[in-house]
Design a protein around this ligand. Sequence first.
Ligand code: ADP
Ligand code: ZN
Length: 569
Amino acid sequence: LELLGADMNEELYSTLKSKFGFNQFRHRQKQCILSTLMGNDTFVLMPTGAGKSLCYQLPAVILPGVTVVVSPLRSLIEDQKMKMKELGIGCEALTADLSAGAQEDIYSDLTSENPTIKLLYVTPEKISASGRLISVFYTLHRRGLLARFVIDEAHCVSQWGHDFRPDYTKLSTLREKFHNPPVPIIALTATATPKIVTDARDNLKMQNSKLFISSFVRDNLKYDLIPKAAKSLINVVEKMKQLYPGKSGIVYCLSRYKILQKKRQKIYLTLAFFRKECETVQMMLTKAGLSAEVYHAGLNDGLRVSVQKGWLANKFDVICATIAFGMGIDKPDVRFVIHYSLPKSIEGYYQETGRAGRDGMPSYCLMLYSYHDSIRLRRMIEEGNTTTGVRSMHLNNVLQVVAYCENVSVCRRKMLVEHFGEVYDEQSCRNSKTPCDVCERQRKNPEAIRLFDVSNDALSIMQCLPRMQKATLKYISELYRGNLIKKTSEQAVRMGHTKLPFYSKGAGMTEQDALRFVRKLVIEGLVHERLYSIPNQTAAVLAYAELTEAGKEIASGKKQAKVYLHIVT
Ligand code: ADP
Ligand code: ZN
């Protein structure tokens, strides 16, 4: 702590230059470093690529002792270890696949008089499983050589995060075990809504930590969204080939939830199903003249590593992956990220698109949107054997993604960063070189978006809903437009649906807008779609509309609600 005198500033800059080769700190890095050097618990929230690692690596180099870094993935750990070794910083990793001998070497260094290890990476499992490791920590602590604990990817500690890991919850014991004198903790994450931050700080027993947040705005990313149709992927890929010849991209496909582990047979079917989506996309890309590899839960570890390596070495153009891919992989020149399937949450989307343009150059992020994909996601969630609370959180996440996709009026950047509690003025997107699709449309024609009050029609639909059995949103929207195909039409007449008060009220609307209208009722929480699987068909689901509790209150006149719809004219 003597170091924190007037020379500190100089020491920070000289180490930054001599050890890491950087001239300047990035936004918030220095404040985080000073905070942790002063012995504070420090919580760092920075988007991917912002430079979180330096916030603990530089203090580890400056101060005596060993810094213990808890990180969830072996690939992440290996990547960091390699970087540290290149920089000549003493760094080792205790992971499950280490040989007994290598492990002994690490332990004997840690217990030696002057440990050469400055940074020790461990997985959370190792901390909860290895009594020996904890006793080595005790010894270091007693000798004043336990510099700090780093909890990387700290959102994994929260049930509300998209990547909850039970082993992370046991990290709370670190605070209790090493409290006299307290070992400072620094927790870092790129994915945290205010709720998750609070939860993570509570779980890690670092409620008094200093919180550092850097902006989540990614100026160089262009966010776009188009409907997913048969040709849309190919068209986009053609565009990417011209715009960024020879450059890398990621296409995200649907991935299964970790919780989806019921019957053996079911797992097998689901795996086959998702493998198929990755592979279908791979085939489409290959046909379009790009080289592509797949990465999904069905590959064995060896294959996964080799795909990852090939990717880093630019051996192929595009990776068709499920979200299992990408965490911690630092490839700076990814030029496009395409979502062929819906992401599971807004955070997930931000995180996945965040892998584009880490070098700061303009990059393209496209969502290929199909409402039906949200039903597929919902089905996976509902079939998962998890607690009701977690399930409803996942379902709510999907609903937020649907709201993001159905939106035509609010800047996408604004929606994304405000999800993380940041305030954003959409004028900056509107005036930037890479405006999102919404702002671009606004810029071209400020009158293009019009707002309609559809409250009365919404009420009428909600009042009729209890009388209509097994109505899909699509059927309701067709009734609303008074535009039914022949087969449905006969049935509708027989059931008396063409006599319902809302029938053909929306005759002037396009098919798409009428659908957006009824989906709006779902997004607003007034209508719920109940899912029914069709026996013996893994992929097919039927969804029937019914009123939610909130919807019932409005239909019965107990409460009132305004429903507005933005329409692109
Ligand atoms: P994060 O963990 O926040 O995703 P990293 O710590 O992996 O980000 O850093 C992202 C990239 O930025 C790395 O290549 C790193 O070397 C680089 N970087 C970090 N800090 C600086 C800095 N002050 N100046 C220049 N480059 C930096
Ligand atoms: Zn915008």
